[in-house]
Design a protein around this ligand. Structure first.
Ligand code: C2E
Ligand code: MG
Ligand code: MG
Ligand code: MG
Length: 295
């Protein structure tokens, strides 16, 4: 019986592996096709000055508008694109879309807006990255000083040599660099001195007060103090409720983004958001972007 059972469970395991592998191959195949069919769209989430409540810029966030799967979030396909390397060409598509959009806004008179774009490990290690960025900036006419690239500390630490050379090269072009998901990677902060970065983005998990309130509060307090000491600006992500906004402001956190201000929006809606809001909140309470747009 034990033998039979063992054999059966082995078969079940085998089958599950097979299904998982098929799913993976199907996803990879779909992603290849999606790139050709131009199914990747860029959404934009406003980044707000917490003191003046004015929008200072946007973060570009990729979405996959799949005919079969519906709207797919990056968490479901970025890991696969990392392993296959597809993230490199798709990342360039996103960067170009984001720069085009930024240029449109600049031409429309919102000349101070910045655009933040995420760079993953694979993109970071791409030997053509700098040339690709140069080409996109030249083609879209975007001023490099208004472009910010977001890189996680894990990516920086895992590729220290490349990271030093690359951050210097980006700096010499006056492109800004943010460390994304700050606080989630390494406990050593020594590396900060070795890389010329402009800002730290505090990970959403620390802004969430439902989890171990006190610890999070002190982590955020420490990161804000650290950024001041290093002369960096600091951005909090995942601000969802007014209380979070209040304590971040009290701590002296410069900038923030989150559902309290707006979810990531398609290009047309983000244009309307800038046009109609520039200044939050007009009244207290948890008003989403709809309220702001309807004013
Ligand atoms: P990230 O760069 O840390 O981006 C912030 C994520 O937090 C976004 O998720 C955003 O929608 C979400 N977020 C912002 N405010 C709130 C909030 O108040 N509450 C909640 N619950 N979530 C909030 P998203 O768009 O699903 O992206 C997830 C991650 O995928 C990003 O994390 C980034 O690492 C990666 N990613 C997204 N777009 C790109 C891209 O174009 N290229 C690369 N390489 N990675 C990307
Ligand atoms: Mg980011
Ligand atoms: Mg982040
Ligand atoms: Mg994050």
């Amino acid at each position: 019986l034990a033998k039979l059972h063992g054999k059966g469970s082995y078969r079940l395991f085998d089958r599950q592996m097979h299904v998982a592998m098929l799913n993976r191959l199907t996803l990879e195949n779909d992603l290849q096709r999606a790139l050709k069919q131009q199914e990747f769209v860029t959404y934009y989430q406003p980044i707000v000055n917490l003191l003046t409540r004015k929008i200072i810029g946007f973060e570009a966030l990729v979405r996959w508008r799949s005919p079969g799967r519906g709207m797919v979030l990056p968490g479901e396909f970025i890991p696969s694109m990392e392993t296959t390397g597809l993230i490199v060409p798709i990342g360039l598509v996103i960067l170009k879309q984001a720069c085009r959009q930024l240029h449109t806004w600049h031409q429309g008179g919102w000349t101070d807006l910045t655009m933040s774009v995420n760079l993953s490990a694979r993109q970071f290690a791409s030997s053509t990255l700098l040339a690709d960025i140069d080409a996109i900036l030249a083609e879209t006419g975007v001023d490099p000083t208004s472009l910010k690239l977001e890189i996680t500390e894990t990516v920086i630490m895992d590729n220290a040599e490349i990271a030093i050379a690359l951050t210097k090269a980006l700096r010499s072009r006056q492109i800004q660099i943010s460390i994304d998901d700050f606080g989630t990677g390494y406990s050593s902060l020594g590396y900060l001195h070795r890389f010329p970065v402009d800002s730290l983005k505090i990970d959403r998990s620390f802004i969430d007060q439902t989890q171990s309130e006190n610890i999070n509060y002190h982590v955020v307090e420490t990161i804000v103090a650290l950024s001041k000491q290093l002369g960096l600006s600091v951005i909090a992500e995942g601000i969802e409720i007014p209380q979070q906004l209040e304590w971040l402001q009290q701590l002296g956190c410069d900038f923030g983004q989150g559902y309290l201000f707006s979810k990531p929006l398609p290009a047309s809606e983000s244009s309307r958001f800038v046009a109609s809001s520039l200044g939050y909140p007009r009244r207290s309470g948890n008003v989403g972007h709809r309220n702001l747009l309807q004013q």
